[in-house]
Design a protein around this ligand. Structure first.
Ligand code: ADP
Length: 153
């Protein structure tokens, strides 16, 4: 089972759509095994978005990510990194496919509701950035045989 990071960005909290997004993750069959609210700082944004520091839009991105609290989640499931990244949709909400979170909930390249890790390697690094080992609450579910074939788990 893979683990990936999901951040419900400040816009999702302000707009009151966090519950709907969490419900989509749950209904897909993914497990939330860590979750907390936090206020991100400019310092952690600079680390999290280090690959974008030189972009002209970076100051706006940092302002948006620190404009209010976020919800941070560790989501677990078979191929969770790819599955959750696909659920988020294209970066620009105007180009994201309907049915994706961004395609259904936003119209912006910046204010695009969610962050999801884009590779297994990134997910491991990002989860360590926001969660300690004791934050995780992994659990077994009697529904597993109804969600996966034996060779998928
Ligand atoms: P993603 O979040 O889809 O993995 P990136 O890692 O490239 O995409 O970008 C991180 C975040 O930076 C995006 O989610 C978005 O909030 C912001 N961003 C990316 N590209 C742009 C852009 N062209 N204009 C404004 N904001 C952007």
């Amino acid at each position: 089972m893979e683990r990936t990071l999901v951040i419900l960005k400040p816009g999702a909290i302000q707009r009151g759509i966090a519950g709907e997004i969490i419900a989509r993750i749950e209904k897909r069959g993914l497990k939330i095994i860590a979750m907390k609210m936090a206020q991100l700082t400019p310092e952690i944004c600079k680390v999290h978005y280090a690959h974008l520091l030189e972009k002209p839009f970076y100051p706006w991105l940092e302002a948006g990510m620190t404009a209010g609290p976020v919800v941070l989640m560790c989501v677990e499931g078979c191929d969770a990194v790819h599955v959750v990244h696909e659920m988020a949709g294209a970066t620009n909400g105007r180009k994201a496919a309907p049915g994706t979170i961004r395609g259904d909930y936003c119209l912006s390249a910046q204010e695009n509701v969610v962050h999801t890790s884009d590779s297994l390697e990134t997910a491991e690094k990002e989860l360590k950035r926001f969660f300690k080992e004791e934050d995780y609450c992994p659990y077994s579910s009697p529904l597993t045989p109804f969600l996966y074939a034996p060779d998928e788990v």
